[in-house]
Design a protein around this ligand. Structure first.
Ligand SMILES: [Zn+2]
Ligand SMILES: [Zn+2]
Length: 175
């Protein structure tokens, strides 16, 4: 994913890239759909300013129900390409790259790769209200119901359970 800047005129330029995840060294088990990037590069005498949107689809395993699911991933970033260290101090370190007047192209592959990885949420859920698996019988509660909960509160045990609950509450307040 390289942009040739050697003969670029001042002003805005638009780019679209579609690449295979393997070209970005992304794990193909997780990322098996193309990565799309649309970018705007604004060139002026002092700098180049890039804004990019990154899209792809990842395949993950749900933390709750352990089913595989696809998730659309989206991220965006910006980057300033400047011609001196002095100039670079104006920007956040992660948003600036120093280039020279001889720089012919800028490679955005590493940044795009980072953006894809950062777009993966910490908690992976097939959907927000996923019911997960029954802790007892292992059934996927999104697709079927089980009777485990009913059995757990066997009416004969109810008074004892209540007592135990009260006991533990009592202990908590003492501490
Ligand atoms: Zn799930
Ligand atoms: Zn169950």
């Amino acid at each position: 994913m390289k942009i040739n800047i050697s003969k670029l005129s001042d002003g805005e330029h638009f780019y679209t890239f579609i690449v295979k995840p393997s070209d970005l060294e992304l794990d193909e088990k997780r990322f098996n759909k193309p990565v799309y990037v649309d970018a705007t590069l604004e060139k002026s005498k002092r700098q180049l300013f890039l804004r990019a949107n990154v899209y792809t689809v990842g395949r993950f395993q749900c933390d709750r129900c352990i089913e595989d699911f696809d998730m659309v991933l989206e991220n965006s970033y910006r980057m300033y390409y400047v011609y001196s260290e002095e100039e670079s101090k104006k920007y956040e370190p992660e948003e600036v790259v120093v280039i020279t007047p001889e720089t012919n192209e800028i490679d955005i592959s590493d940044d795009v790769r980072q953006m894809v990885l950062l777009s993966v949420p910490m908690k992976l859920l097939c959907y927000e209200d996923c019911l997960g698996l029954c802790q007892r019988c292992g059934k996927n509660l999104n697709f079927e119901t089980c009777t485990c909960k009913v059995e757990a509160i066997d009416p004969r045990w109810a008074p004892l359970l209540k007592l135990m609950e009260r006991e533990s509450l009592g202990n908590e307040t003492e501490n």
